[in-house]
Ligand binder design. Structure first.
Ligand code: GCB
Length: 604
């Protein structure tokens, strides 16, 4: 029996892939903390065979590049040298910084040296906004840990390892696609690798405010409910929450784990697209104090309605990839966010779908300020390995990190679990797990997923009946009538049926045209064809009684390896309403006019 159990557990060990997601104690909200930016030039070594990690027997070596070694004598053999290697900018993907890395998928080692004098009774963390995809992090030759997932933040404590001078921080970033990863092998976006978001050192007191959730209680417009979590050796403290503008100060005691539930009535001006009111909120413990700007609003559904602050709202949306306007590559800055969300506003949007993974934090903060509601999603996209436990854990971890970072942003109204995943029992159980996880972490947002539909009977009745519809609050549906599905005028004949009494958002529709390519309205790849698709689509969409939002695909052209057509696509998906150089196509104005009309008709 014993040996049978041993055999079983060995089997389990073998079945679990070696690369596993880990849970990290994420520090949320860096604003107002003592931070030092490590952005700028980092020395890098391209390592396609990972020989800086594995030895010639393909075993992890003890003397990898993370040792940052130098020959000590003239006879010493060291086959790498960060000091004389080339540099890459951080934040930034490597593909758009160097021609020879444009199509590269593999490992690049990054090194930054820094000095840091850490005062007594303080702690130091190194924080990464994101690293795509798998990051192994080392300080002064010691491994800090590994993080998997290309679009969410993580941090490691370095209090005990940091030195006054000459620290060597090394990150092995590997963006090889894997069948069991999230996303998996096939996507329709560029696999931008590297340290794509800010890297910072964060200094905290010995016990500090690590995280908090301060939002209106589900269903209430005047009661705040949430929690505060301290991290450190003095977990039991009196903490206070202050919202001076609302004349509120409330105190609570954290328990032996540093955790306190908070609960109090508050009379607040609610956040909405028309009035994106944010309050200064201070969270203070005996040893620490952080500040945030938080908006308060409710979001619910009732039958096929979406209710914002109790009132029906129509989501005038647009999808956005995290692609930098004008310069290509990954977007990461406040300026990028201002441009992208500024265009969305100009279109008349009150809502954006941030596809297909969590975007950088600047987007969320800017959406909060500009009054743009947000759909945020994880890269569970197309053909994920539903049966793989490691894949599920990885997806759960990315979901948890997305929610951890953005749960206090009023702009976020929807957490989305997946995009266009094929119906099966295994997929249903995987996604139900994710939904349960999301609801446990945050009961206040709506849950959705972008799903598919199918024709029934004739080829003009579209049926929405994905079994996942049972478990979401809002149904998201992608369709390409007029592009992948018939010609533009087909949309005039299509009508829609839905099995569920729930709100529907058309989360994708569109057509491709490079800016400036003209012809008649039935010639593919012309702005006129794209415009034609939009005109017929809007005609069709207006007739769907349960439609509560539209998100055309997509705001701006973006790079994709699936789009090779020379002279037309050149490795860009050209479904943007705006080109990657900021030029507005004809379809932009069709959509803009439609949203203006909806706004005038009072859709919020
Ligand atoms: C889709 C996908 C999106 C693609 C788009 C397209 O359904 O969700 O990621 O980029 O279609 O352009 O084909």
């Amino acid at each position: 029996m014993k040996s049978f159990i041993l055999f079983l557990s060995l089997l389990l060990l073998v079945a679990v892939p070696s690369v596993r997601a880990q849970q990290f104690d994420l520090i949320t909200n860096l604003d107002g903390r003592k931070t030092v930016s490590l952005d700028g030039q980092w020395k890098t070594i391209i390592d396609p065979y990972e020989s800086g990690y594995y030895d010639y027997r393909y075993e992890p070596g003890a003397n990898g590049y993370f040792k940052d070694a130098k020959p000590r004598t003239k006879s010493d053999l060291v086959e790498y040298d960060f000091d004389t290697s080339t540099s890459l900018n951080v934040p930034g993907d490597w593909n758009s910084q160097s021609d020879r890395l444009f199509l590269y998928e593999g490992t690049v080692w990054y090194r930054k040296t820094f000095d840091y004098h850490l005062a007594p009774n303080t702690r130091l963390f190194v924080y990464f906004g994101a690293a795509n995809y798998l990051a192994d992090v080392y300080l002064n030759g010691q491994k800090l840990g590994r993080h998997e997932g290309g679009f969410t933040p993580f941090n490691f404590e370095i209090t005990k390892l940091v030195r006054d001078a000459g620290n060597s921080l090394i990150v092995k970033v590997d963006d090889k696609r894997r069948r069991d990863a999230v996303p998996t092998l096939m996507t329709d976006w560029w696999n931008y690798g590297g340290l794509t978001r800010q890297v910072q050192l964060i200094e905290t007191p010995a016990t500090f405010v690590q995280d908090y959730f301060i939002q209106l209680q589900k269903g209430s417009r005047d009661h705040i409910a949430g929690w505060v979590k301290l991290n450190g050796d003095k977990p039991g403290q009196r903490i206070s929450i202050r919202i001076p503008e609302a004349r509120l100060t409330r105190s609570f005691m954290t328990d032996a784990k540093g955790y306190a539930e908070i609960n109090f009535d508050a009379s607040l001006t609610l956040w909405s697209p028309d009035n994106p009111k944010l309050y200064e909120v201070t969270i203070e413990s005996e040893t620490d104090r952080v500040q945030d700007q938080i908006g308060f609003r409710t979001i619910e559904t009732k039958g096929t309605e979406i209710l914002l602050n109790g009132k029906p709202v129509f989501l005038r949306g647009v999808c956005i990839h995290e692609e930098a306007p004008f310069r290509s590559g990954r977007a990461y800055s406040r300026e990028d966010a201002l441009t992208l969300l500024g265009w969305a506003k100009e279109l008349g949007a009150n809502f954006v779908r941030l596809a297909h993974y969590p975007h950088n934090e600047a987007m969320l903060k800017q959406a909060d300020r500009m009054g743009i509601m947000v759909w945020s999603e994880i890269p569970v996209y197309w053909t994920i390995l539903w049966e793989d436990r490691g894949t599920l854990q990885n997806a759960e971890n990315q979901l948890a990190e997305m929610i951890a970072r953005d749960k206090n942003r009023a702009a976020v109204i929807i957490w989305s679990m997946a995009n266009e995943t094929p119906v099966s029992n295994e997929r249903l159980s995987f996604l139900r797990n994710l939904i349960e996880h999301a609801r446990n972490l945050d009961a206040t947002r709506l849950i959705s997923a972008a799903m598919e539909r199918h024709y029934v009977g004739d080829t003009t009745t579209q049926m929405i009946d994905d079994p996942l519809g049972e478990y979401v609050d809002v149904f998201g549906c992608n369709e390409y009538v007029g592009w992948y599905d018939g010609l533009p005028e087909k949309a005039d004949r299509v009508d829609w049926k839905m099995k569920y009494q729930k709100p529907l958002i058309m989360t994708e529709f569109g057509a491709e045209a490079p800016f400036g390519n003209h012809g008649d309205s039935l010639t593919r790849w012309t702005e006129e064809y794209q415009e034609n698709v939009y005109q017929h689509q809007l005609n069709m969409l207006e007739k769907i009684p349960f439609l509560r939002g539209t998100c055309p695909w997509i705001l701006m052209d973006f790079r994709s390896p699936r789009r090779p057509l020379p002279g037309i696509q050149d490795f860009y998906n050209r479904k943007g309403l705006i080109s990657d150089h900021g030029e507005k196509k004809k379809a932009f104005f069709v959509m803009q006019k439609h949203y203006q009309q909806l706004k005038t008709a009072g859709s919020n």
